[in-house]
Ligand binder design. Sequence first.
Ligand code: NAD
Length: 503
Amino acid sequence: MNSTSVSVQQQTEIAKSIKVAIAKGDGIGPEIMEATLRVLHAAGAKIEPEFIDIGEKVYESGNTSGISEAAWDAIRRNKIILKSPITTPQGKGYKSLNVTLRKSLGLFANVRPVAALHPYVHTNFPDMDVVIIRENEEDLYAGIEHQQTQDVVQCLKLITRPGCERIIRYAFEYARAYNRKKVTCMVKDNIMKLTDGLFHEVFKEIGAEYEDIEQDVQIIDIGSARLAAKPEDYDVIATSNLYGDIISDIAAEIGGSVGMAGSCNIGKNIAMFEAIHGSAPDIAGQQTANPSGLLNAAILMLAHLGQTKTADKIKNAWLATLEDGVHTADIYKEGMTTKKVTTSEFADEIISRLGAIPQQLSVSKLSTGKGKITIPDYKRKETEKVLLGVDVFLDWQETNPEKLGKSLEKIDSYKLKLKMITNRGVKVYPNGLEETFCTDHWRCRFVSTDMDTQNKTLTYEEVEFEQVIDLLSKLNANGFNVIKTENLYEFDKKRGFSLGQGE
Ligand code: NAD
């Protein structure tokens, strides 16, 4: 089977040094990177840095994407990036470098572990230890938006089967590799039956291969509420891009670790590791920044590279440092902090504890994990696709659906007949309600229908695309303003479109 190893975690340390593209970033970036690299070096991490320039200076040199050709080359050559936060200059049409990197490099999985560090870092949830695995490229973040009429704009939510398969399999494989017991899927398929329905369906399909792992599916709204109220009930969460973006911030916030958490973006061949906080320009150059977020990202990187013993050594020394009350200014706490330190001193304190293990906080055990995460290449299954009709979207300024319906019924198109009209998804013709508010955006569903007189049900017949073109030219000739169309298909006899509310 063709497959891709996207993460390696093994007991034996790799002898050879791995080249890593390192971006020192902006603001506090250079200070926290210097501290992090010193700890990595002292712990014996086998990495060889190649420094790249991205961020503010590159933007200001006139490069609107914030990354130079040389940096792209280094990233693609080294395949591993450790990145400090960067500052995106406001306005002037600069693009978010993070989004550019994630999408251009195919970094499909965003992994954000959040574990409580109670009582050293304040949280109301001392037992919280959750990993959010979020799809990173698709969904509403595809960024396909249009204004279609004076009053209506739309954003396309794109969910793909390969996208669902690899993120869900990655979540299950991650659970196995890191000794996690349960994966919870979060969706909203009670409303979005096709898009979120596909995510749910793929979760059930792939979940069937992981009987050793407990599984649960929750609707995202109640799921987020429960996560905020009882985060200790969750272990690994797998979800799509927007939901994942929101719940990973909820998790980091209630875990008390927004400034301390690291995350990784995993692709087929390339992986990028970074802190979740920004470049903190307000404290830049003062040596007061906490390097823990970037250090945690570096720990995830070492685990990904198979250097799990070194990752454990650093994590345990970091936990022991926090337990000893050695804190940077942001986590200073009267009665808990014994020594307030600078960024650089914090690194020295961690280095002096390499080999120590925490007494209260959970000991890091990345090296007891099970091994490789392997994601098979996507295999496309052929399905039979049949065209049954078309939804024609019209920009129509009047407000009476009866009038629109009667006019459309008069359109003499071979085979395709008006079945219904919806406005904002609600059926308004035939037999709509007077109370329904209508905008200037009308979806008019045309299908080829036959009445099954015995069962008194409508059956759809296959239509040719030429019939759709014929309908569109007749609508145009009759003065209707067509703004877009969506073909109505069935795939292997399963309806590939949603019904209108009330249809
Ligand atoms: P921020 O995370 O930089 O700062 C928010 C607050 O947290 C500030 O008060 C800051 O001093 C504090 N803080 C952040 N990290 C800290 C640390 N390690 N130690 C101590 N205190 C810390 O968020 P922001 O102010 O909204 O953004 C500043 C800049 O960072 C913006 O240009 C933004 O675009 C950029 N940003 C970059 C990334 C990234 O590169 N991944 C992520 C988020 C924001």
